[in-house]
Ligand binder design. Structure first.
Ligand SMILES: CC(C)(COP(=O)(O)OP(=O)(O)OC[C@H]1O[C@@H](n2cnc3c(N)ncnc32)[C@H](O)[C@@H]1OP(=O)(O)O)[C@@H](O)C(=O)NCCC(=O)NCCS
Length: 405
């Protein structure tokens, strides 16, 4: 890069997409055939929606970054979420501030488009911490011998549910699948899972090697992996005991060929309680980071436990999203939260040393990190033990995602 700052602007339909594909290939490795077509379709969609930025030196593309339009569940309520992907800088331009400049512009674009939250999987964290993202949750992959799923434990208490009808589904069923999955996350008071917009969902399902089944309250998606030695489960979400059993039984039916099942599940997925032996083990854990882009909207849209009560004064620092900065009263009751400017709270003098955090600490708190951990990590200071306990009760979560992007 030349000494001057790159120009950062939204990519347009007039931009040649070959340099973008070339950056992707140089950054993440080869892709061809169907993957190339999917990337092109995704890129055209994000460019048309103003969700894809490029960094240019003259006419030369130095880097790019985009976000998907997604929704994310927090204690059973869904909020719009900008899912960052394809952050790339040309190898010869790295380490000179292009990545940070693009991410700064991308967060500003999310704010302009009204997204309260943003999430990304960091290949490296510093560039994202610099713009207010912090570690918040994980995608958990478990491993289980296929034979352990063959004979699941019977229910310990009477379960009054008939086995659901399962049907094979494909890309044309994307809206119905998304509606079922959304309902399961809502009823399960899930924290962290996401859904892509329908265009992306449809393209992901358009894969003859991905096998999908839908129940009235559940969804299963899996493929072979490693030849036919392993089954990889991408989704096995169920809203009832009968459906959980039915979905895992389809997976188990492959035990004559597949030795191992690897599955992306939440940390409290019923599968761990369904096998006769403690055979479900954590195989990998991919951390993801959260950025609270619009603090007021993020708190107003998040679900909280119905019994949680909190009223805490909070001093938030946020250079990039300046509307988040200031002295707030964070109140939670009746399953809802609100962030009010402290000056607007009648007759309530602020404490001498209010709980203080920056954008990173607030993101980690939002995702359920205990305040004690934030203090020890240098992400929070001030406040008092009663406030900490109230916040821990309100935000408690082990946030997870099933999807990777
Ligand atoms: C990761 C990437 C986008 C960063 O872009 P960049 O232009 O090199 O980053 P910047 O120069 O703006 O660096 C910003 C900060 O991140 C740090 N950083 C950048 N790349 C890093 C790396 N690979 N490891 C550790 N720190 C890194 C820089 O040191 C800098 O820290 P500082 O603020 O303390 O000085 C770029 O290296 C890249 O394209 N990598 C390959 C593809 C990839 O991994 N993409 C990310 C997918 S999540």
């Amino acid at each position: 890069m030349t000494a001057q700052q790159p120009e950062i602007r939204g990519l347009t339909a007039a931009d040649d997409l070959e340099p973008l594909l070339d950056l992707g290939r140089r950054s993440f490795g080869a892709f061809g055939g169907a993957a190339r077509q999917r990337r092109l379709a995704d890129a055209r969609e994000s460019i048309a929606a103003g969700r894809h930025l490029g960094a240019f030196d003259g006419g030369r593309l130095l880097g790019a970054a985009k976000f998907f339009e997604m929704v994310q569940w927090w204690h059973g309520r869904s909020l719009p979420m900008a899912g960052v992907a394809n952050v790339v800088v040309a190898p010869e331009e790295r380490g000179r501030g292009v990545g940070k400049a693009m991410m700064t512009a991308l967060v500003a674009e999310m704010a302009a488009q009204g997204y309260p939250l943003s999430v990304l999987y960091p290949a490296t964290a510093t560039v994202y911490r610099r713009v207010g993202y912090e570690l918040a949750g994980a995608q958990y992959q478990v491993s289980v011998p296929a034979r352990s799923l063959r004979s699941l434990l019977p229910p310990d208490v009477p379960v009054d549910e008939a086995p659901p009808g399962l049907r094979r589904v494909g890309p044309e069923d994307a809206p119905e699948i998304d509606a079922v999955v959304a309902r399961v996350h809502e009823l399960g008071r899930a924290c962290g899972p996401v859904i892509f917009d329908t265009g992306v969902s449809r393209r992901q399902l358009d894969d003859e090697d991905l096998f999908c089944y839908l129940a009235p309250d559940g969804f299963l998606a899996y493929s072979w992996s490693g030849g036919h030695s392993e089954i990889r489960v991408y989704n096995a979400v169920a809203g009832s005991a009968a459906t959980a059993r039915a979905l895992w039984s389809v997976v188990a039916s492959h035990d004559s060929m597949a030795g191992t099942v690897r599955a992306f599940v939440g940390p409290a997925d019923p599968v761990s309680w369904l096998t006769r032996e403690p055979d479900v083990s954590l195989a990998r854990h991919y951390p993801w980071m959260l950025r609270v882009v619009d603090a007021e909207a993020a708190i107003a849209g998040r679900g909280f436990p119905a019994s949680a009560q909190a009223a805490v004064t909070l001093r938030l620092g946020d250079e990039l999203c300046a509307a988040n900065a200031g002295l707030w009263r964070l109140a939670v009751s009746g399953g809802k939260g609100a962030l009010l400017r402290h000056a607007a709270v009648p007759a309530s003098p602020p404490p001498a040393t209010p709980l203080t955090m920056g954008a990173r600490g607030f993101a980690a708190l939002y995702a359920g990190t205990p305040v004690a951990a934030l203090r020890l990590a240098g992400l929070a200071a001030g406040g008092d033990p009663a406030g900490d306990a109230a916040l821990d009760g309100a935000f408690a979560a082990t946030a997870f995602m099933l999807d990777y992007f």
